[in-house]
Write a protein that binds this ligand. Sequence first.
Ligand SMILES: NC(=O)c1ccc[n+]([C@@H]2O[C@H](COP(=O)([O-])OP(=O)(O)OC[C@H]3O[C@@H](n4cnc5c(N)ncnc54)[C@H](OP(=O)(O)O)[C@@H]3O)[C@@H](O)[C@H]2O)c1
Length: 238
Amino acid sequence: MSITDAGAVSAVISERKPDVVFNCAAYNFVDRAETERDRAFAANADGPRILALACRQVGASLVHFSTNFVFDGAHDEPYIEADHAEPISVYGASKLAGERAVIEVGAHVAVLRTAALYGGPHSFPMRILERARAGGDLSVVSDQFVNPTYARDLAAAAIRVAEEGTAGIVHAVAEGCCGWDDFARAALAEAGMTIEVRSVSTSGYRSPARRPANGCLASTRIAPLRAWREALHEALNP
Ligand SMILES: NC(=O)c1ccc[n+]([C@@H]2O[C@H](COP(=O)([O-])OP(=O)(O)OC[C@H]3O[C@@H](n4cnc5c(N)ncnc54)[C@H](OP(=O)(O)O)[C@@H]3O)[C@@H](O)[C@H]2O)c1
């Protein structure tokens, strides 16, 4: 079922009458979004609005996930919830439009902005390990900074937010921030692999979408999730 199908979404929500809905659905192709603006806005803005309306109808709370890419990355500190959002990509703009849409619809809505999410088999640390094992190129950007955030920790934080009835924008990221190159090095170290990562600058890469140089978040509303190195250790040594 597509989140953009208002009839289907409304039917499922009114039939199941959930207390809380966690919306993880998103169009996440950051580069492709530059040429697929309509698809990005449909899934990231129209869909969440449809879902928020359906939740309001049955009195369900909505926890909606968003991204550090709503910021332009020019700030020299981690971004807090009150900072001005100024996306520099279509993806970021579509996610910001989604945040605004759900907040406009419902009082029982929390928007959890997160960053550099991993945990699944195709997420960044797993792809780095796969590439290292295959003897592939390990050139990784060093001038884009993020909080590597373990999906398991984010899920626990999202449940806490729902249980406590926290509403509005909330930054939910691991404590600490690093360049993608250091994230890659940490993953290799956890796997006991002594393979060199070559740090490269964003300017050496031609990608359709711009990404924030400073993609680091901090929260003034909830405690940070555990430190990113600690979480990465658990994720890679289950
Ligand atoms: N990954 C990150 O580093 C990161 C960073 C910051 C924030 N976030 C946010 O965290 C959330 C989850 O991200 P993720 O990386 O876990 O996403 P993901 O793995 O790409 O999963 C997104 C899911 O949304 C589904 N989907 C896409 N379009 C849909 C539609 N129109 N209707 C219903 N389902 C649809 C996809 O299904 P199909 O696979 O079948 O298309 C997929 O299962 C998103 O809100 C994202 O913006 C992610």
